[in-house]
Design a protein around this ligand. Structure first.
Ligand SMILES: [Zn+2]
Ligand SMILES: [Zn+2]
Length: 160
C-alpha cells in the first residue's frame, strides 16, 4: 500500500494518464471505534494537465468495518466517491503534486453521520434491548399502546 498519492507532474503524459492503486487508509486518520477503515483506499483516476492546471478525476472506494448506530450490530460497507475531482495550479518548477489530503477529505465527506446496517434497520427496543430486526418484543407493543392510550384520553372529541 502506498503512503501517499503523489502525481509526478514532470513526467505526466501530455494526453493524460490513468492512475490506479491502493493508498494506506492510515492517512484517513480516523479514530472512531464505530467506523474502522480496512484494506486501503482504492483509487482509479485520470490525471491530465490543462495548461498549468493539473486536473485529476475519478473514483475512490474505502471499506469500513462499522457499528450500526441504531441496533449496535457490526457490519461492513464501502464508502464510494464516484466523482472525485481535484484541480491544482502548477508552475514550471512543479514536479510532484500530492493529493493525499484531497483524497482523505473526499472520503471523510462521503461518510454517513450515523451509519446504519441497512436503511430500514429497526434498532433496539428501548425497554428490553432486543434487536428488533430479529423480531418484535412484547414490551414494545405494550409501551406503544399505553402511550397512545394516554394521548387519546387527552384529545377532545374522542370520548365515544
Ligand atoms: Zn442496524
Ligand atoms: Zn422490548
Amino acid at each position: 500500500m502506498e503512503e501517499n498519492l503523489a502525481i509526478d507532474v514532470a513526467r505526466l503524459d501530455r494526453d493524460g494518464e490513468e492512475i490506479e492503486g491502493v493508498l494506506d487508509d492510515a492517512v484517513l486518520d480516523l479514530h472512531d471505534d464505530y467506523l474502522r477503515p480496512f484494506a486501503g483506499i482504492r483509487y482509479s483516476l485520470f490525471a491530465q494537465l490543462a495548461g498549468r492546471e493539473l486536473i485529476v478525476r475519478g473514483r475512490l472506494e474505502q471499506d469500513f468495518d462499522a457499528v450500526c448506530s441504531r441496533c449496535g450490530t457490526d457490519f461492513d460497507f464501502t464508502a464510494e466517491v464516484p466523482d472525485f475531482l481535484a484541480s491544482v495550479a502548477t508552475d514550471e518548477k512543479t514536479e510532484i503534486v500530492d493529493l493525499t489530503d484531497e483524497v482523505r477529505q473526499s472520503i471523510i465527506l462521503s461518510l454517513p453521520t450515523y451509519p446504519v446496517c441497512r436503511a430500514d434497520c429497526r434498532g433496539v427496543c428501548p425497554s428490553c434491548g432486543k434487536n428488533l430486526n430479529k423480531g418484535s418484543c412484547t414490551c414494545r407493543r405494550n409501551d406503544r399502546d399505553d402511550r397512545w392510550g394516554a394521548l387519546d384520553a387527552l384529545l377532545p372529541g374522542k370520548k365515544d
